[in-house]
Design a protein around this ligand. Structure first.
Ligand code: GLP
Length: 233
């Protein structure tokens, strides 16, 4: 793991952008894996303000809540349109379909990932070490699946809804296996609330109790964190 400590989320967004830009110049990048949450927003701002062209690239998102229509303001589909895709369109952009029968949506997404291997995957991290919606205890062998959100994730994500009751309890998420199949990964984390999860991810034992610890086995991963998130390393 290459750990890069930055001053703040703005510097982190710049660093992550530079990594993507370099890979796009040096390697053949066709598919970029995207993430939601507040963490990658500064990276998306860099992408939007850049002259890089993504119109011949494909994007695949990590996850989507079950039961939210695409145009629901808290759906991850809507988030991506607002923060990136309306401004920087890709040739094709995929987000799991949270309104479909889950089995169908899962099969459809695994087929998409098989046809379109991920070159660079962007990741945030939950306070309990989740990535995408892979909660503690999820098998490292999992591909796309239906996830039950943990209490702590519901609590953390309730800030975007009118209270805990409105947060969907399930989601369709790429699995740890799908994530680790990406050729390169950029994990971003800012703030004190992520310090424990980052220490467990970078230095802790590799255990399914900390989903992000699976990333220690990845051959090409950058971990971009601010000083607060690095505090327990
Ligand atoms: C959600 C998403 C994750 C994200 C996490 C942290 O649970 N499914 O992909 O990493 O939130 O979000 P934030 O970046 O807002 O802290």
């Amino acid at each position: 793991m290459q750990v890069i400590v930055v001053k703040d989320s703005h510097e982190g967004g710049k660093k992550a952008f530079e990594i993507i830009e370099k890979m796009m110049k040096e390697d053949e990048v066709n598919c970029i894996g995207l993430a939601t949450g507040s963490t990658p927003i500064t990276l998306y701002q860099e992408m939007v303000n850049s002259s890089l062209d993504f119109s011949d690239k494909v994007s695949v998102n990590l996850d989507e809540y079950c039961g939210l229509e695409e145009n629901h303001p808290q759906s991850y589909h809507y988030f991506m349109q607002e923060h990136l895709l309306n401004h920087k369109p890709f040739k094709k952009s995929y987000v799991p379909d949270g309104m479909k029968d889950p089995d169908e949506a899962i099969k459809e997404y695994d087929d998409i990932l098989e046809n379109c291997p991920i070159d660079i995957q962007i990741l945030g991290i939950g306070e309990n070490g989740h990535v995408g919606f892979n909660e503690p205890g999820t098998s490292f062998a999992a591909k796309t699946h239906l996830a039950e959100l943990s209490e702590s994730t519901i609590e953390a994500n309730s800030r975007f809804f009118n209270g805990n009751e409105e947060v969907p309890k399930t989601a369709i998420t790429m699995g740890i296996k799908s994530i680790c199949d990406a050729k390169a990964i950029v994990l971003l984390a800012y703030g004190k609330s992520k310090a424990e999860a980052i220490a467990a991810t970078v230095e802790g034992p590799v255990t399914e109790e900390v989903p992000a610890s699976s990333l220690q086995n990845h051959p090409n991963i950058f971990v971009i964190i601010d000083e607060d998130a690095a505090a327990k390393l």
